[in-house]
Design a protein around this ligand. Structure first.
Ligand code: AKG
Ligand code: FE2
Length: 329
């Protein structure tokens, strides 16, 4: 149950309507959403065939036997929760370069600041952006932050191992040009985003933790807590991807979709917020090298930099990302 004393930890924009917390959920996820049997992929006993089929049919899968100790997952979640529960002002002061603290939108500039602009869509979330390759530069005397950094580094090493194994297997399945593959996963392009989705005050009406989108990444790997709220758009329905302990959720990102010539398609997803419970998720994204050209029979040649700039323009002018459609041949 949410403590009123925690309200000072939320960015002010999420507090103004917080005078009264509702006693009951204004809606129930279970009423409107089915839980969906997203396929499981076992990393230890990886079946290339199953992986291929799942990427083609779903664009998303659950990953088990990933080799991340459950104690690391628990410790990281615990640390993230402690950091989020600090006051808003402390987070602004403590989460500094190369990390950044953002809220209201998951769309960030390349330096990690929130791209709020004129966007009419307030996403009900706050987060820490962590560029993994720059993390060693982050120095803090604060023991909580120092511990957080060490955990992120350890977690980042696992995620980079997992993303590499998955990507190499996908590249084999798709018979990708090794030159193209080489620029897709760079040590320098791994990011972690740690999100907290505050509870949605009853009076705030409709708001999404994250509005519907596909990810701009090559691959994204999501570690969600027990609360739930991640939904995917499949067969013309929004379906809940309920949390399963020690199980990650892997998304095919736009860049993987492009180099696979749309054989693997990312699935549109969103995050629903609850009225009484906040949700934590820890997401890893890997992107291509900025300047390497992405070739595809379905899209005009473009670099990830071109793509990101287009996404930023659309986010500012329209309030959402158009994505790969902008590059269709
Ligand atoms: O928090 C989540 O579960 C999903 C986050 C997400 O979709 C994203 O950052 O792109
Ligand atoms: Fe996403």
């Amino acid at each position: 149950m949410l403590e009123m004393s925690n309200v000072g930890s939320y960015p002010p924009v999420f507090r103004q309507l917080n005078a009264v917390f509702p006693q009951q959920n204004s809606y129930s996820i279970e009423d409107t959403q089915d839980s969906v049997p997203v396929p499981m992929v076992d990393l230890q006993w990886l079946s290339l065939h199953k992986l291929d089929e799942t990427c083609k049919k779903w664009g998303i899968f659950r990953l088990v036997n990933h080799g991340i100790p459950s104690t690391l997952l628990t410790k990281l979640q615990h640390h993230a929760n402690m950091l989020f529960s600090l006051s808003f002002e402390s987070k602004q002061a403590l989460i500094t370069n190369p990390m950044s603290y953002f809220w209201g939108t998951p769309a960030l500039t390349s330096s990690g600041t929130a791209l709020n602009g004129a966007s009419p869509n307030l996403n009900w979330l706050e987060g820490f952006n962590v560029p993994l390759s720059q993390l060693p530069q982050f120095q803090s005397e604060d023991p909580l932050l120092h511990g957080f950094r060490l955990l992120l580094e350890e977690y980042g090493r696992h995620l980079s191992r997992i993303a590499t194994t998955l990507f190499e297997s996908m590249a084999k399945n798709l018979d990708l040009d090794p030159k193209q593959s080489e620029s897709m996963l760079k040590e320098s392009t791994g990011f972690i985003r740690v999100y907290r989705y505050p509870p949605l005050p009853y009076k705030a009406g409709e708001a999404w933790g994250m509005i519907p989108h596909t990810d701009s990444s090559v691959l994204s790997i999501v570690n969600q807590d027990h609360v739930g709220g991640l939904e995917i758009f499949k067969d013309n329905k929004w379906l809940l991807v309920n949390p399963i302990p020690n199980t990650l959720v892997v998304h095919i990102g736009d860049m993987m979709q492009a180099i696979s010539d749309d054989e693997y398609m990312g699935v549109k997803h969103r995050v629903r917020v609850k009225t009484q419970e906040e949700r934590l998720s820890i997401c890893y994204f890997v992107f291509p090298a900025e300047d390497s050209v992405i070739h595809s029979s379905k899209y005009k040649p473009f670099t990830y930099k071109d793509f990101q700039e287009q996404v930023q323009r659309d986010t500012l002018s329209l309030g959402y990302k158009v994505g790969l459609q902008r590059f269709k041949v």
